[in-house]
Design a protein. Structure first.
Length: 211
């Protein structure tokens, strides 16, 4: 009987230890994600500052050799660290003042990899390009990686809702051709391309009529 009781105690101790270890692991994971989210938000802010201040060393520090930056319209394309920096050099050469604001940011951590996350960053921008004042609204679709304890941009894909001369803003916003920063106007990258934008009405139809 005594041996049986001792076995029960040992089993209980093992169970309690397992629960304690799980709780510690859960707390550590939650804390890591909170700290990582703050670091990723700082990374995004540093990007805006680097672009607006023309802070080339700061901009370089945000990427790695395997990073890339592209725009959905194909006009921006930087592959690898040096390719990214040369792309921004060409942009800085034609840009005057610029202001980038980031608003809402959705960060999603990879449950299978604590050193990887993705993000969607909502942004507005004002810029002078080739002496023309432009305003824009865009989203960045990001992938973030952590290496040596530091988060960086693995990739950034820019998608424009609009990018237009300031005097054309009111008219352009009602047009599908909302990318007008260059000679040939192009359609906005979104929201028309989003399934939710084109299919929202089905959620308000009777169930037997839903797609």
């Amino acid at each position: 009987m005594k041996q049986y009781n001792e076995m029960q105690v040992n089993v209980c101790n093992i169970c309690e230890a397992t629960i304690w270890e799980k709780n510690v692991t859960d707390i550590e994971t939650r804390l890591d994600r909170l700290e990582s989210r703050a670091e990723i938000l700082a990374l995004i802010s540093h990007y805006c500052k680097a672009c607006d201040d023309r802070d080339v060393p700061l901009l370089r520090s945000l990427f790695r050799q395997d990073s890339w930056v592209r725009s959905a319209d194909g006009r921006m394309k930087g592959e690898g660290l040096e390719g990214i920096m040369q792309m921004y050099r060409k942009r800085f050469e034609v840009l005057g003042l610029s202001v980038h604001w980031t608003h809402d940011t959705v960060v999603t951590f990879d449950p299978a990899d604590p050193d990887r996350a993705t993000g969607e960053v909502f942004c507005h921008a004002e810029a002078v390009r080739n002496q023309q004042v432009l305003v824009g609204s865009l989203r960045y679709e990001d992938e973030y990686r952590r290496r040596d304890g530091k988060w960086y941009f693995a990739s950034r894909l820019l998608k424009f809702l609009y990018y237009v001369p300031v005097q054309s803003y009111a008219e352009a916003l009602a047009s599908p051709l909302r990318q007008r920063g260059y000679e040939t106007p192009l359609p906005g990258d979104y929201p028309e391309s989003l399934p939710s934008w084109t299919g929202w009405v089905q959620h308000y139809q009777p169930e037997d009529q839903q797609a």
